[in-house]
Write a protein that binds this ligand. Structure first.
Ligand SMILES: *Cc1c(COP(=O)(O)O)cnc(C)c1O
Length: 383
């Protein structure tokens, strides 16, 4: 038995989604236009946030978050070492310095107690990452932020559809803004794309200007009015616009989000039941305050009960057509970050977690028969 090729994640695109994209391609606007606005409105309705700005990627969203909060040279921002590079890189884009705070080993999310230890007079913001879709302990993180007068930006690239204390992640009750990604491996997709939600009108307006070169036609801000063509640039912005046909895909996908989340939950339950009680395997714990829209299903391997090492296991899985991934290589161990002086042993829990974890295939289109085959292959190979 061998699969053609199975990856840990992929998009689920229906003919209905395709039709929505095609309709926009035949309309007068194809780049940012009315459908982008509709998508933003739908994100607000879904998350409960007052404002949403959609952009060209999750990374662009993080960059604009840093710019809008005026993080710059001399500032420090704290994030998790167990994340995708973008959560840390965005700080460097604006000249700031990244500090990491180790994870809670039970959830693989940033540990609030570790955050507090890393705060210095230079700290300006915290970027908690809702790893695998499980929300961080936001009330705790927000109270630390208030105590030291820091901003909080939730990296919710994994967590659209997740809930924290019965509210949707992205409502920004315990943060200044939340960032989403619509990359194809994420729960809903626009090809490439991202969004920022916030309840702060001033930040919202600023992010909207920064998305399009920092220009404005808003009469309230213009220093003068030379005519109907006239616009002004007040900040150094970028072209981080999303196209209208991507937004059409996003709108169509958002309508199916709850269905996607439900299917992901079902698959995670099958995995958990199947590996339960087997001393070779374990899973992350779920906290009561969080209801995860699982972006990932990390399987932790207890290597003290297994003869093969991780590399050997991955090779054997690939021979069976299972091309899995590991989330994440701790960011501080990347050669680029080691240049700043980070090294092995700095964040032992993230490093230990990295050694043990592999991400099981998880996406809405995965059927139960395939899930059971995957389980069988893994149980046979991991010995
Ligand atoms: C995917 C991801 C991002 C970046 O999103 P892109 O849309 O790929 O730019 C940021 N943070 C985390 C945690 C991610 O997983």
């Amino acid at each position: 038995m061998r699969f053609k090729k199975i990856f840990y994640g992929k998009q689920s695109i229906s003919w209905g989604d395709i039709w929505e994209v095609v309709k926009v391609l035949r309309s007068p606007f194809i780049t940012q236009g009315p459908v982008v606005e509709k998508f933003e409105k739908s994100i607000c309705e879904y998350t409960g946030a007052k404002y949403a700005v959609v952009v060209s990627s999750g990374t662009a969203a993080l960059h604009l978050a840093m710019l809008s909060l005026e993080v710059s040279k001399g500032d420090e921002v704290i994030t998790s070492p167990n994340t995708f590079l973008a959560s840390a890189n965005c700080v460097l884009y604006v000249g700031g310095m990244v500090k990491f705070a180790d994870i809670d080993f039970r959830t693989a999310c940033i540990d609030p107690r570790e955050i507090e230890k890393k705060i210095t007079p230079k700290t300006k913001a915290i970027i908690p990452v809702h790893f695998a879709g499980q929300s961080c302990d936001m009330k705790e993180i927000y109270s630390i932020a208030k105590k030291y007068d820091l901003f909080v930006i939730e990296d919710a690239a994994h967590a659209i559809g997740s809930e924290y204390l019965s509210n949707k992640v992205g409502c920004c009750e315990y943060s200044d803004m939340t960032v989403f990604s619509f990359h194809p491996v994420k729960t809903i997709t626009t090809g490439e794309g991202g969004a920022i939600t916030t309840n702060d009108e001033r930040l919202y307006k600023k992010i909207k200007r920064l998305r399009s070169h920092g220009t404005t036609k808003n009469r309230e801000i213009l220093t003068r009015d030379e005519g109907p063509w006239y616009y002004e640039m007040h900040d150094l912005g970028f072209n981080y616009r999303m196209t209208d046909f991507q937004a059409a895909l996003g709108l169509s996908q958002l309508k199916k989000l709850n269905k996607f989340v439900k299917r992901r939950e079902e698959i995670v339950k099958i995995y958990k039941d199947a590996f339960a009680g087997d001393e070779r395997f374990s899973f992350l714990e779920e906290e009561n305050y969080s209801k995860a829209a699982f972006h990932l299903c990390p399987l932790l391997i207890n290597f003290s009960k297994v003869k093969l090492n991780k590399k050997e296991i991955f090779k054997k899985l690939e021979e069976k057509g299972l091309h899995l991934q590991v989330h994440f290589i701790p960011v501080h161990l990347q050669p680029f970050y080691r240049e700043f002086g980070f090294k092995e042993g700095d964040f032992p829990r993230a490093e230990k977690y990295y050694e043990k974890t592999l991400s099981l295939p998880l996406y809405a289109d995965l059927n139960n028969k395939v899930v059971h085959k995957i389980i069988k292959i893994i149980k046979e190979i991991v010995v």
